[in-house]
Design a protein around this ligand. Structure first.
Ligand code: ZN
Length: 169
């Protein structure tokens, strides 16, 4: 595999950059702070700028874990709103209406949370089924040239712009 632009062989698959989290240090290439040919061991706590740039496409877990995570977030949000709003309800409308408001809120809030979480989880599942496979396949074809800082698609050999899309050639 050679770079389509400068024909250098100092190229690396983007997904392996992400996995290693380190710069390519083999051969003549010299990373900042690294002497030529010296290898740098990967660290589990630091991620290189390149690894961040080539992050894998976003993925979501199963319907149930998306759903429960979303329900939890909405419940927390509604409890927060409740805590903020309740003093004003008690102040402005003491008595029956205030009581009614509390009952309605406590009953309706979980129902709304479930409905919203269901919608979010369904959207995540749809994305995982329809869009994610293509994004993942495209990501796995991305290679990077360390010599001239060009990103290219291994299948078409076309250089890409920084956003990952193919540039007109
Ligand atoms: Zn190159």
């Amino acid at each position: 595999m050679n770079c389509p632009k400068c024909h250098s062989s100092i190229v690396q698959k983007a997904s392996s950059i992400v996995v290693s989290g380190t710069h390519y240090t083999e051969g003549r290439y010299t990373a900042s702070g690294v002497s030529s040919g010296q290898s740098v061991s990967g660290s589990t706590t630091t991620t290189s700028a390149l690894a961040q740039r080539f992050a894998a496409p976003k993925s979501y877990p199963s319907y149930s874990s998306s759903f429960f995570k979303s329900v939890f977030n909405w419940i927390v949000a509604f409890i927060g709103v409740y805590i903020l709003v309740m003093p004003f309800v008690a102040l402005l409308s003491p008595g029956d209406f205030g009581q009614l408001f509390i009952y309605v809120y406590v009953i309706v809030m979980p129902l709304i949370s479930v409905a919203l979480a269901n919608r979010t989880a369904k959207r995540h599942c749809h994305y995982m089924a329809v869009e994610y496979p293509a994004l993942l396949a495209a990501w796995q074809r991305i290679w990077y040239c360390h010599a001239c800082d060009v990103t290219f698609d291994a299948m078409t050999n076309n250089p890409m712009d920084r956003s990952g899309g193919a540039t007109a050639s």
